[in-house]
Design a protein around this ligand. Structure first.
Ligand code: ADP
Ligand code: MG
Length: 415
């Protein structure tokens, strides 16, 4: 199949050609006709499969240049980075069309975003919470013809379900809804039932699977040994570029320091690092100026880095779908990849949940020189745990006794 075969606007074909896209990817081949036919869509697709153009091209083609005051397409994505990437992609694809794309995310001045929306915009790309704020302050979404949910599973993991439902209530006009998700969880299924009418289903990978050409492997390593084991594995594999995932910002920073001490060039990206710095680091990583990028799950969303041979789960993620997203970062475009998980005593149990979801066993091996200490007593383990990033969670489960007097407190919950 060729891009010319879908009946897309000529102006789009021109920009697609300029981008050097020779032929549609699998998800594009499946999705474009469905969108052109005005049907609802439920698609499972992993990152790096070309989703943005899959919904973006037919959407742009159908909106063409009709400029109206109110937006006609709303695209929701879980993070600021993704929103930015989608809006930039849409601008690139649609550069010969006369359409306005606005991105609505946190961290920008609300009033100026409001003015921008008021001036008139065709396509809004937004995080759910931010656009809802604008809707609730009077912004009209009643002309929406296309409602797109990108990475729906992630949005649900991040607790956006209520926001999404509220947004949907404001979309009066009969519209087309396109839902993309890397995994199918109960939450995603529930949301799809609520939002979609007679959807066409497209599966680009087997349900909830990690990519087939990725070898998944796990090593049992005690917490205290993890950083060194990580450095060792990167060195042994001789990978040009490795993406390492941590569960928390703190452990990302700590790991970077430790990897540097082992002579590796490493940098981190996470939510506490300024956006401009994050973007710069991603760019430098892509340009191979350093070899190890340590990232938290949220910060890594929307990263489009081709040819990653290795992903390391330094810590297992908080949510199951994150595991699949993480592993999807390697083995892209049919290349072989390896996803390594380092499991402490607790994670050896947690990984069973992941195995259930992906319907696959992940072998747990011992790494020579990093054998877990069999003599660690339970108390020692608790001790290790307290030192580790789980500290807060652990303490939450065992709250300290509150002082007897609980008179009115003057402090407010949120500063
Ligand atoms: P996803 O949203 O599924 O993660 P993207 O839409 O971001 O994927 O696309 C991933 C990468 O593939 C981008 O760099 C994009 O420019 C590129 N791409 C998309 N479609 C094609 C195509 N048909 N041919 C070649 N490259 C493509
Ligand atoms: Mg995408």
């Amino acid at each position: 199949m060729r891009f010319e075969d879908f009946g897309l606007n000529e102006k789009l074909l021109r920009s697609v050609k300029e981008l050097g896209f020779e032929k549609p990817t699998y998800i594009q081949e499946r999705t474009i006709p469905v969108v052109m036919e005005r049907k609802d869509l439920f698609a499972t697709a992993q990152t790096g499969t070309g989703k943005t153009a899959a919904f973006g091209l037919p959407l742009l083609s159908r909106l063409k240049s009709h400029f109206s005051k109110h937006p006609r397409a709303l695209i929701l994505a879980p993070t600021k980075e993704l929103v930015l990437q989608i809006s930039e992609d849409l601008k690139t694809y649609g550069k010969y069309l006369d359409l306005r794309v606005s991105m609505i995310v946190g961290g920008k001045d609300f009033a100026s975003q409001k003015r921008e929306l008021k001036r008139g915009v065709d396509i809004v790309v937004a995080t759910p919470s931010k656009i809802l704020e604008h809707i609730q302050s009077g912004f009209h979404m009643s002309e929406i013809e296309f409602f797109v949910l990108d990475e729906a599973d992630r949005m649900l993991d991040m607790g956006f379900v209520k926001d999404i439902r509220k947004i949907d209530e404001h979309l009066h006009k009969k519209h087309q809804t396109l839902l993309f998700s890397a995994t199918i969880t109960d939450k995603v299924r529930k949301l799809s039932k609520l939002l979609l009418r007679k959807p066409v289903f497209i599966e680009t990978a087997k349900k909830n699977t990690t990519v087939e050409n990725v070898r998944q492997i796990a090593y049992k390593v005690d917490t205290a040994q993890k950083a060194e084991a990580c450095a060792y594995l990167i060195g042994r594999g001789n990978y040009d570029q490795t993406l390492v995932f941590t569960k928390t910002k703190k452990s990302a920073d700590e790991l970077v320091e430790e990897l540097k001490a082992f002579g590796l060039k490493a940098e981190s990206i996470h939510g506490d690092i300024q956006r401009s710095t994050r973007l710069r680091r991603i760019k430098e990583f892509k340009a191979k100026k350093f070899n190890v990028l340590v990232a938290t799950d949220i910060a890594s969303r929307g990263l489009d880095i081709a040819e990653l041979a290795c992903v390391i789960n330094y810590e297992l993620p908080a949510s199951l779908s994150d595991y699949i997203h993480r592993v999807g970062r390697t083995g892209r475009a049919g290349r072989d990849g390896v996803a390594i998980s380092l499991l402490d005593i607790y994670e050896r149990f947690d990984i069973r949940q992941i195995e259930k979801i992906i319907e696959q066993k992940i072998p747990q091996e011992i790494l020579e020189g990093f054998e877990p200490d069999p003599n660690l007593k339970r108390e020692d383990r608790e001790e290790l745990k307290l030192k580790s990033e789980y500290k807060n969670q652990y303490q939450k489960r065992k709250p300290k006794k509150k002082p007897a007097k609980t008179k009115k407190r003057k402090t407010t919950k949120r500063g």
